[in-house]
Design a protein around this ligand. Structure first.
Ligand SMILES: Nc1ncnc2c1ncn2[C@@H]1O[C@H](COP(=O)(O)OP(=O)(O)OP(=O)(O)O)[C@@H](O)[C@H]1O
Ligand SMILES: [Mg+2]
Length: 496
């Protein structure tokens, strides 16, 4: 091949001793660049060029010819044949001196567009420079498409998303689901029921620009409050710091959790009761006979001629033995499966009988009892004698607790139908000292008492539990009451 581009061929020109070596300098360029010498052979390429034409790496080494480069590029589909032809022509024109500079378009994958320029170099050769063409119009179009897609996705998004400025809280965007839950407030502050919780949220968000599952109290569009889980990210949007937040209403989830917790408690309580009950019944049974020997002999001893001191001791012995007998009897009667004599009864009748019995038991009771039982309540299916005993036990406990602590003095009895179920709930609340949280799990245990010796045996609530469970109902201590003690008894509605 003849030198068609100039007189001097200076193959070492690129290795000139500049401050930065030439090859290193051209490697830094984003454009793909190849230098061809006057013989149309590659004298240097840069890294971008080698990457762009890596498919034909062996034909773009130093010394490779222009023609072969074009042929192989075409054969491997790296360049369209039209582009190859144009380049061939451009090189000829450059060589003829008809042009110093040629531009043409090249779209290798049909997606990006490149511009290829050929330029003469002072050593009689030429350089091929390939750069990506950034099409502003296409870019604007694709931005617009992205925006349309984004707004379609957000409009259809079932999550409660809001976008608001962090500084003044002004809402920039919200999904329809968020409007549904939180209303159309202009400021994200209105989504929080407590100002201090918003402050905590912002404080938590700032350091890492993210917050996950923070518990806050939200405010619904109708003004009511709800427990919420808040997750958010802080992003930069058109020069503003913007909070993208997702607030989830936890009301149903928490109610479900509480219900599961309650069911677990009930099941645990029942299991514990039946195991303990069986154990106690067999112990009581075994104690019955030896105890009657102790009582009988103590009675006989008290009739003997003994010194006063000895008689006093015998008296103590017989008192203690009597107490044991009473306890054993209570257990035996508790453990014995009393047959249930079920019949329809009204809650007001049961409650009234229990209150009468309560007054006749304790003559000087100070406890005020307030009953509110709507007449619409359905009848319940119960063994009235046993159920009156249950109510009486709870009233007695309340009275004892209040008089011991010197707090409170009234008991409220209310009733309500459980919506959607076949149960009626009787609720008894006193305003006494309440039950310490640490013993909540033990009060239904047989023999569990906090009362001093001789005052309580700890069977009252165990009895209540056994009776109510035998009815297919349940009895629970309300663990959420702030003052006093509240018991709920759920009883089955009588079927007619
Ligand atoms: N209304 C109440 N207020 C405060 N504590 C209560 C109340 N009801 C029950 N308790 C607590 O529960 C414990 C167990 O009650 P439970 O009726 O089973 O036994 P008791 O009253 O101690 O003895 P018994 O009923 O055999 O006389 C009580 O000792 C008391 O500590
Ligand atoms: Mg009691």
């Amino acid at each position: 091949m003849t030198n068609t581009h100039g007189m001097h061929v200076l193959p070492d020109e690129l290795a000139a001793t500049d401050a930065v070596p030439m090859r290193e300098a051209i490697d830094l360029m984003e454009e793909a660049v190849a230098f061809f010498d006057a013989d149309c052979r590659i004298s240097a390429t840069n890294a971008s060029f080698r990457t762009a034409y890596s498919a034909i790496a062996e034909y773009i080494r130093d010394g490779s010819s222009w023609e072969i480069f074009l042929l192989e590029a075409e054969r491997h589909g790296v360049m369209a044949s039209r582009v190859c032809q144009d380049l061939r022509l451009a090189e000829t024109m450059l060589g003829d001196g008809r042009s110093e500079h040629t531009r043409l378009e090249h779209r290798p994958e049909g997606t990006r567009t490149y511009e290829i320029r050929l330029r003469s170099t002072s050593n009689g050769g030429y350089a091929m420079i390939q750069a990506e063409v950034v099409d502003e119009r296409a870019r604007a179009e694709s931005d617009e498409l992205a925006e349309v897609l984004m707004s379609k996705v957000l409009e259809a998004c079932p999550a409660n998303l809001t976008m608001s400025r962090i500084g003044d809280g002004q809402i920039l965007y919200r999904t329809p689901a968020a409007t549904e839950l939180l209303g159309a407030a202009r400021n994200s502050r209105d989504h929080f029921a407590r100002v201090e919780e918003r402050a905590d949220f912002v404080t938590a968000l700032l350091p890492d620009a993210r917050v996950d599952d923070m518990r806050v109290t939200g405010r619904r569009r109708d003004g009511t409050e709800f427990p919420a889980s808040l997750s958010a990210r802080l992003i930069d949007y058109r020069g503003d710091e913007v909070v993208v937040a997702n607030m989830i209403d936890l009301t149903d989830e928490l109610a479900l959790q509480a219900e599961l917790e309650r069911q677990k408690d009930l099941a645990f309580q029942s299991e514990k009761m039946s195991a303990l009950g069986e154990l106690l019944a067999s112990v009581a049974h075994e104690l019955n006979n030896p105890l009657s020997v102790v009582v009988g002999n103590a009675t006989m001893l008290s009739e003997e001629e003994l010194s006063d001191a000895a008689l006093r001791r015998v008296g103590k012995l017989s008192d203690a033995a009597d107490r044991c007998v009473r306890i054993v009897r209570t257990f035996l009667s508790m453990a014995r499966e009393q047959p249930l004599n079920l019949a329809p009864a009204t809650l007001p009748d049961l409650v009234e009988t229990a209150i009468d019995a309560f007054h006749s038991h304790s003559d000087d009771t100070f406890t005020k009892i307030e009953v509110t039982l709507p007449p619409s309540l359905p009848m319940v299916s119960v063994d009235d004698i046993q159920m009156v005993q249950v109510i009486l036990n709870i009233l007695t406990n309340a009275e004892q607790a209040m008089s011991d602590a010197g707090i409170g003095g009234s008991v409220r009895i209310a009733g309500a139908r459980h919506s959607g179920t076949d149960f009626v709930r009787l609720t008894l609340s006193d305003n006494g000292p309440g039950i310490p949280t640490q013993i909540h799990g033990r009060i239904f245990d047989p023999l569990f008492t906090t009362k001093s010796k001789g005052k309580g045996t700890g069977v009252g609530l165990a009895f209540c539990h056994r009776v109510v469970s035998a009815h297919g109902g349940s009895i629970q201590l309300d663990r959420n009451t702030a003052t006093g003690a509240t018991f709920h008894i759920d009883l089955p509605v009588a079927q007619d």
